[in-house]
Write a protein that binds this ligand. Sequence first.
Ligand SMILES: Cc1cc2nc3c(=O)[nH]c(=O)nc-3n(C[C@H](O)[C@H](O)[C@H](O)COP(=O)(O)OP(=O)(O)OC[C@H]3O[C@@H](n4cnc5c(N)ncnc54)[C@H](O)[C@@H]3O)c2cc1C
Length: 320
Amino acid sequence: MKTLVFLEHHEGVLQKDSLGVLSKAVSLGGEVEAVVLGQGVEELAAGAGRFGATRVHVMDDVLLAAPLPQPRVDALETLVGEGGFDTVLFAASVLSADVAAGLAARLGAGLNYDLTDLVVEDGQLVGKRPALGDSVYVDAGWTSEPRLALVRSGTFEPSETGGSPDVQAYESRFQDFSLAATMVEQAHEEAEGPSIEDAEVIVAGGRGLGGPEGFAQVEELAKALGGAVAATRAVVDAGWYPYAAQVGQTGKTVSPKLYVAVGISGAIQHKVGMQSSALIVAINKDPNAPIFEYADFGVVGDLNEIVPKLTELVRQRRAA
Ligand SMILES: Cc1cc2nc3c(=O)[nH]c(=O)nc-3n(C[C@H](O)[C@H](O)[C@H](O)COP(=O)(O)OP(=O)(O)OC[C@H]3O[C@@H](n4cnc5c(N)ncnc54)[C@H](O)[C@@H]3O)c2cc1C
């Protein structure tokens, strides 16, 4: 197997999910190389060696400065063809999904998406994908090479193995149509504290909060714990909290050290986004709520009484 991992980066930082996919690829064996596309990205490429890539291909070009997919499709088409890769892996993101889909079309290759695991069975790469509302896992294979795969965000943790890679610069032509789109503006979302993808502690709120004002106590608890705030789809759909905070099947997948679920029933579609958290604490007034079936600690009671007390206790402990 000769695998190429697409390393996405933003503002000079390689994305954690991409490094997680690289680490997984290394653990599967075979030749594993990576690619970094952008402008002024050579140093980033060297950093990828710590995660096990023996060789990192770099295409440094002003036309790759903006995070646009089509020029990246051109650059990858060249590299996959010249490098003889049989497998190309991506960590799913808005950009990577566009790039992977474009590359699949360009190469006439099969792309399996939303994978939550990759294994080698009888010498063949097999992807695992949740299906039927994430209630079952199906095996996803490829009938031809190169095999393209998009891995669900938050699936694999990066693991540092050390090493400095052979960094190789390469060049590619761009198609005229690939340069038709230009980036006009890039705006940053105002945010305080860690994002839910990176947070070690998450306090998530659900419909049990009773309304958007209920999130104030969730935010207070998250602040006391130094964590981020997440939400269920029910409250996002109701407009109580922004979509960026949604955890679950149609939201983000997170795996913090601590996940506190406040007023959340624990539906399967929510569970799939947070079940890999190291410790799950649930606060719910219904002792039969499904979340108690997989929470490590459960508190049965009214969140309006419990959450403020818990926040106060955390503050006292932190101050002591
Ligand atoms: C295709 C599909 C995709 C979906 N994707 C997602 C997804 O990505 N993420 C997601 O979260 N959901 C998703 N859903 C929705 C999911 O099925 C549930 O409807 C949703 O997760 C429920 O949200 P909730 O727990 O906030 O609300 P509810 O299910 O209404 O639960 C509220 C909980 O709060 C408790 N409660 C009420 N008052 C209090 C109180 N005072 N104190 C303590 N506890 C209290 C109740 O006992 C209850 O358990 C999806 C559904 C479908 C069909």
